[in-house]
Write a protein that binds this ligand. Sequence first.
Ligand code: CUA
Length: 341
Amino acid sequence: MTSEARQRRLIPLHPLLLILPAATALAGCDGAQSIMAPGGADARVIARLSWIVFIGGALIFALVMGLTAYAALGREGRRHWVASHGFIIGGGIVFPVVTLTALLIYGMMLTGSVGRSATAPALSIAVTGEQFWWRVRYDTGDGGEAMAGGANEIHLPIGQPVELKLRTSDVIHSFWVPSLGGKLDMIPGQENRMTVTAETPGVYRGQCAEYCGLQHTQMAFYVVAHDPQDFQSWLAAHRSPAAEPATDTAREGRTLFIQAGCGACHAVRGTEARGVVGPDLTHVGARRWIGAGMIENTGAAALAGWIAGAQHIKPGSRMPSFDALEGEQLAAIAAYLESLK
Ligand code: CUA
């Protein structure tokens, strides 16, 4: 076999090899945290622009590879036009300038309304980035922002624009729910606002998108999009003070919770625990995850694991490991927190 013939046989392997990394990367493009799975109007616009860029980029890549192969292996005497002055200026300068300018103008027109809304938002939610979790407050227009505090879970109604007031209490964080819209930084001393409209009920995952310290990668949250009626009943329940513990163990847990000093950092509305440093725990039993997406809130055992081993599970977070508690005390506190639905 001549070396030229060997080259001809090897060339077709190249596109196949490129599929491997592309397939691996695209495997992450589905599910609860993906721009390819839009659940809102803005996200659909971003997804459309992404597809245009991916498909356009792939076609141009294939064209360039085809021309490269032709320039190297095309029949001698015929392939010289690829090296002509006119073709280099046309394909190397005019084509990219025209294509990229058109893409820029189209992209700006398409995404001009992302993060904004033509109509007044139905609801305003203050989201504050903290190292390394998300403080959430529902502003219902009566100055009651603080009374419905939550953490790491943002509930909103579908079909209505919702304004998010993004702040930080420490360093720069970045708010990003790929299935709902674009990304916006949370900057010290400033309030950035964006409006999102969820269209499909569901649970969407968000993630801090700006490096903010040791647990930046573990700073996740969830957006729960409800039908408007469900949302109103959720909000009414969320604004109510903590439920009275129904069992002896949970009552014992509440006493221990206060005695152990948990209320210095955490609030449980309706009790003497009024701390503001850590997440509000008034309805912690109803949250899906613990520790800003660290462990699934499957019940008392998960909560006990977090209380005793927070620094093992999420080193660098401000929650200490309460590993000096005895097993029964820990179980009682966890039972109390689990009851806070
Ligand atoms: Cu907060 Cu990264």
